[in-house]
Write a protein that binds this ligand. Structure first.
Ligand SMILES: NC(=O)C1=CN([C@@H]2O[C@H](COP(=O)(O)OP(=O)(O)OC[C@H]3O[C@@H](n4cnc5c(N)ncnc54)[C@H](OP(=O)(O)O)[C@@H]3O)[C@@H](O)[C@H]2O)[C@H](O)CC1
Ligand SMILES: [K+]
Length: 514
C-alpha cells in the first residue's frame, strides 16, 4: 500500500475537486461524514460528553461537520473553535455557519488560556485543530491547550493526524502534539505514524477512504509503502505440483559459539519452516549434538575448533562443495579474530545475496573495509543499536531513514530497521511492516527472522521481496502466538511454531470489515 506525502495528498485533494468534479466544501462534507459514520458505529448513540476542538483551517472544517452530524444524531456535543489565527479557511467559514443551523448558537471560542474548558477522563475528545496544514511547531497558548487536553487523559480521537504532529518530518521533544488514542486518517497513512518517535501521539489508526482521485493515487510515484497482506500475496510464489526439494534452495546458517547455539537452532528451523528445501547449520564443534538433537531435519557441518567459529581451509572447502543457495551469517558468533577471518573469507567467496545478522553486523561496523566484499543485494538485519554502530547516530527518525537509505545505496544492500514497524530499506524505497506486537521483543526473535529471509532468498525471491514477505510473516506469526499465549508469553520458538499459520492466513478469506 502506498504511503503518500502530505504534499501529494494536498495535490490529490485539489485534483479530485477539478476532475470529479466536486466542490471542495462537498469533498469536506464527504470526508467528514465518513469519519462521523465511523464514530457513530462505535458509540452507538452513547450519551457521553463529546468535546470537539476545531482549528480554523480545513481540519477544523472537518471537525465542524463531524460536530454537526453528531448533534443531528442526538449526541451531547460541545464544539470549541481554537482561534489560533484569523485566517479562517473558506470551507471552515461555510461550516461555521452551517453548525449554527443545528445548534442555534455559535461554537465556543477559545482565544487564550482563560477560555480553556474543564476536561475530565470521562469526556470523549475529538481533535480537529491542525491537519496537514501544520507548517511549524505549535506554540503559545495553543501549545498549552494541547498539553491541557493531554493532561485530561480522556479518550482522544484525532482527525487526519494528531494536532501538532507533522506528517513528513520529526517533532522535537520540546514541542507538543495531541496524544491520540485513535486516529482516523484520510486516504493514506502518514509516515510519522510508523516511527518510534511518534509513539506517544498516534495510538491506533485507521485509514478512511474519502474517494480522492483514483488515477492520481494509482500513478503517483511514492517511495514509501505499508506492507499489508496484499503486498505479500502479490509477491508470493505458489508451489508447482511437480516440484522437489532441490527446487527450493539450500540455506547454510553459519554461526554460534559455546552457550549460544540456540540462535542457530532457531534460525535453521525457521529456514526450513519457511520453505527451504535443505538447511545446513555450519557451527563450531560444541554445536553438533545440540543441532542434531534439536533439529533432525537439518544437516550439520562443524569446523575443527570447539568453542568458536574458526574455519580452516578444509571446512571452507566443505562449505563451497555444499553449494548453498543462500548463506546466513552472524547469530551467536561472537567476535574472536578467527571468527572475523572466517567471516571475511565467506564474504569474499560468496556470490549470491547473503543474510547478515547480529555479530556479523557488529564485525562489519568494526571493520568497514569488509563492506565492499559483501555480495550485492545482501540483507542486513540490525536492531537499532547494531544499526547505529553501522551508520552512525541520527538526529531523529527521519534522519535515521535518510542515513539508512544512503548506506543501502552506497553498498547496494537491503537493510532492515527493526522495530514496531520494521522498515525494509532498499535504496530509496522504504517498506514499513504492518504486523507484529511488543511480545516479539524477546530473545531469539531476530534469529527467526534472519532464518525466514534466508529461506525465501533460497527459494528464489529477490532479496527485497524476501525481506518484505519475511517481516510480514514473522510479525503475523507473532500476532497468532500472542493470541494464544499472551504477549508476555511469546518466545522465539513460538514464532517458528506459528509461521505456518501465518502463511496459511495469506490465503484465507478475510472477514468483511464491520
Ligand atoms: N480540501 C478539502 O476539501 C479537504 C481537506 N481535508 C482536511 O484539510 C486538512 C488540511 O487543511 P488546511 O486548511 O490546509 O490546514 P490545517 O487545518 O491543518 O491548518 C490550518 C492553518 O493553520 C496554520 N498553521 C500551521 N501551523 C501553525 C502553527 N504551528 N500555529 C498556528 N497556525 C498554524 C496554517 O496557516 P498559516 O497561514 O498560518 O501558515 C494552516 O493553513 C487536512 O488535514 C484534512 O483534515 C481533508 O483532506 C478532506 C478534504
Ligand atoms: K487533527
Amino acid at each position: 500500500m502506498k504511503i503518500f506525502s502530505s504534499a501529494q495528498l494536498q495535490k490529490a485533494d485539489q485534483l479530485t475537486v477539478e476532475r470529479e468534479p466536486i466542490a471542495s466544501i462537498d469533498l469536506m462534507e464527504r470526508a467528514a461524514t465518513t469519519v462521523f459514520q465511523e464514530i457513530h458505529q462505535r458509540l452507538q448513540g452513547a450519551p457521553i460528553p463529546i468535546k470537539i476542538f476545531c482549528g480554523i483551517g480545513n481540519n477544523g472544517g472537518d471537525g465542524l461537520v463531524i460536530a454537526r452530524k453528531l448533534i443531528e444524531h442526538g449526541y451531547h456535543v460541545t464544539t470549541y473553535i481554537v482561534n489560533y489565527s484569523d485566517r479562517r479557511s473558506k470551507d471552515f467559514l461555510i461550516n461555521y455557519d452551517r453548525i449554527k443551523n443545528v445548534t442555534k448558537d455559535w461554537p465556543i471560542l477559545i482565544k487564550g488560556k482563560n477560555d480553556f474548558p474543564t476536561l475530565t477522563r470521562n469526556d470523549f475528545i475529538v481533535d480537529a485543530m491542525f491537519g496537514l496544514g501544520l507548517n511549524r511547531p505549535v506554540s503559545g497558548w495553543t501549545k498549552d491547550l494541547i498539553e491541557h487536553i493531554n493532561a485530561a487523559e480522556a479518550f482522544t480521537l484525532s482527525i487526519d493526524i494528531p494536532s501538532g504532529l507533522f506528517s513528513d518530518q520529526a517533532l522535537a521533544e520540546e514541542h507538543a502534539a495531541i496524544q491520540a488514542d485513535f486516529t482516523l486518517t484520510f486516504q493514506s497513512l502518514k509516515t510519522s505514524f510508523l516511527l518510534p518517535q511518534s509513539e506517544a501521539y498516534v495510538g491506533d489508526f485507521q485509514i478512511v477512504d474519502i474517494g480522492l482521485d483514483r488515477d492520481f493515487l494509482q500513478t503517483a510515484i511514492v517511495h514509501k509503502f505499508f506492507i499489508t497482506r496484499e503486498e505479500v500475496i502479490k509477491r508470493y510464489k505458489p508451489r508447482n505440483k511437480f516440484s522437489h526439494k532441490g527446487m527450493y534452495g539450500h540455506v547454510a546458517i553459519i554461526g554460534g559459539s559455546l552457550g549460544k547455539m540456540g540462535s542457530i537452532v532457531l534460525a535453521t528451523k525457521a529456514s526450513l519452516v519457511g520453505g527451504a528445501g535443505l538447511a545446513t547449520a555450519f557451527v563450531p564443534q560444541c554445536g553438533i549434538s545440540i543441532l542434531q538433537t534439536a533439529l533432525p531435519e537439518a544437516m550439520v557441518v562443524a569446523v575443527a575448533s570447539h568453542d568458536h567459529l574458526k574455519a580452516d581451509q578444509k571446512t571452507m572447502d566443505v562449505l563451497s562443495d555444499l553449494q548453498p543457495t543462500t548463506v546466513c551469517f552472524g547469530m551467536g558468533t561472537g567476535q574472536e579474530q578467527a571468527t572475523i577471518d572466517t567471516f571475511h573469507h565467506i564474504l569474499k567467496n560468496t556470490k549470491n545475496a547473503m543474510v547478515i545478522d547480529a555479530d556479523g553486523i557488529n564485525i562489519l561496523a568494526a571493520y568497514p573495509i569488509m563492506l565492499k566484499d559483501i555480495p550485492a543485494k545482501s540483507v542486513l538485519t540490525p536492531h537499532p543499536k547494531e544499526l547505529e554502530r553501522l551508520i552512525g547516530s541520527w538526529v531523529d527518525d527521519f534522519d535515521k531513514l535518510k542515513k539508512t537509505k544512503e548506506f543501502s545505496k552506497l553498498h547496494d544492500l537491503v537493510v532492515l530497521i527493526k522495530g514496531a514497524h520494521t522498515v525494509v530499506v532498499d535504496g530509496d524505497d522504504l517498506y514499513f511492516n504492518s504486523t507484529g506486537n511488543p511480545g516479539m521483543a524477546t530473545a531469539g526473535s531476530g534469529d527467526v527472522l534472519a532464518g525466514i529471509i534466508s529461506s525465501l532468498i533460497a527459494q528464489d525471491y529477490i532479496s527485497k521481496d524476501a525481506a518484505i514477505i519475511a517481516v510480514y510473516l514473522h510479525g503475523k506469526a507473532g500476532d497468532f502466538a500472542a493470541d494464544k499465549v499472551s504477549m508476555q508469553g511469546v518466545m522465539a520458538s513460538h514464532l517458528v511454531e506459528y509461521l505456518g499459520e501465518a502463511i496459511l492466513d495469506l490465503f484465507k478469506p478475510q472477514e468483511p470489515k464491520t
